[in-house]
Design a protein around this ligand. Structure first.
Ligand code: SAM
Length: 292
């Protein structure tokens, strides 16, 4: 019986046999720690009831664990040099299908519709290519496909930004964009030694699940995200400064900004990074109501 694809010896043997040129530019770091792989399956709460989408199967290290623990796995891989490898390594798993396509170009709703029967919980589980962690996550969170949960490996520093709370250095636009749409938590940390080749950063597994409904919604989501972006534009400057950057510096405009802040009882000396998401929503709506 074959050892797991992810076992260090087998991973190295696969790399050698196929003369695989590991592409740093595609974020190729293959997991070789079986304990970490088991913990990912556990963090995702996978069972035979679940269908799974994976991004970037690589040589199939995580895919094998997903196939063994879920109903069906659909994986997106951009690197066509891996076709032969994956055909061999995943041959025993008849519940796996690989789509050789850039995940950022894929029409996810259409593919999901054609490949899954939609009666099962759909989960996203992936060891993400780090150079596009944020676009992948934002695309998935803003897209129309509903995931029961998202369990993804990323650079530790990015994970810290996703889960950051107000008043911390990591808190900002990304924290709010993610926490607006999901409940984010770091499940566990993964040292760089868990991969071949080793990346030069440590990693974390983040789990995103459905968040509780917000008390107040922005009238206009686009306006809200524009407002959040503007609020964090110059982190060193005071919030008052950033607000003028967004709305204008004319005395008449400044007066109107001041009046809104007075109304909602926010001090103009405050710093954006101390405001919770609910305040950004409230402020977006208040500035809209004031015609700003
Ligand atoms: N899942 C494997 C593992 O855990 O060992 C490999 C993970 S590796 C960090 C990231 C994988 O994503 C690589 O196989 C890489 O080729 C693939 N990838 C990179 N950019 C991609 C993209 N835009 N769309 C789909 N896959 C991509």
């Amino acid at each position: 019986k074959m050892p797991p694809i992810a076992s260090p010896a087998r991973t190295q043997a696969i790399i050698n046999r196929y003369h695989l040129k590991i592409k740093k530019s595609l974020g190729q770091n293959f997991l070789t720690d079986l304990t970490v792989l088991n913990k990912i399956v556990e963090a995702a709460g996978l069972s035979e009831k679940d269908d799974v989408i994976e991004v970037g199967p690589g040589i199939g290290s995580l895919t094998e664990f997903l196939a063994k623990n879920a109903n069906k796995v659909l994986a997106f891989e951009i690197d066509e040099n891996l076709i032969q490898v994956l055909e061999e390594t995943l041959d025993p798993y008849k519940n796996v299908e690989i789509v050789y396509q850039d995940i950022l170009e894929a029409n996810l709703p259409e593919i999901v519709n054609s490949k899954f029967d939609m009666s099962r919980p759909l989960k996203l589980v992936a060891n993400l290519p780090y150079y596009i962690t944020t676009p992948i996550l934002m695309g998935v969170l803003q897209g129309s496909v509903t995931f029961e949960s998202i369990t993804v490996m990323m650079q530790k520093e990015v994970a810290e930004r996703l889960v950051a709370v107000p008043g911390t250095k990591a808190y900002g636009e990304l924290s709010i964009a993610v926490q607006y749409r999901s409940q984010a938590k770091i499940s566990f940390l993964v040292p760089r030694t868990a991969f071949i080749p080793q990346p030069n950063v440590d990693s974390a597994i983040v789990t995103l699940t459905k968040r509780e409904p917000l008390a107040e919604l922005p009238y206009d989501e686009k306006a809200f995200f524009r407002f959040v972006k503007g609020s964090f534009m110059h982190r060193r400057k005071s919030y008052w400064n950033n607000l003028q950057g967004m709305f204008g510096k004319q005395p008449e405009v400044r007066e109107r900004i001041q009046r809104v802040l007075d109304d909602v009882k926010i001090d103009k000396g405050i710093r954006a990074e101390t405001l919770p998401m609910s305040d950004f929503i409230m402020l977006t709506n208040a500035f809209h109501d004031a015609g700003l």
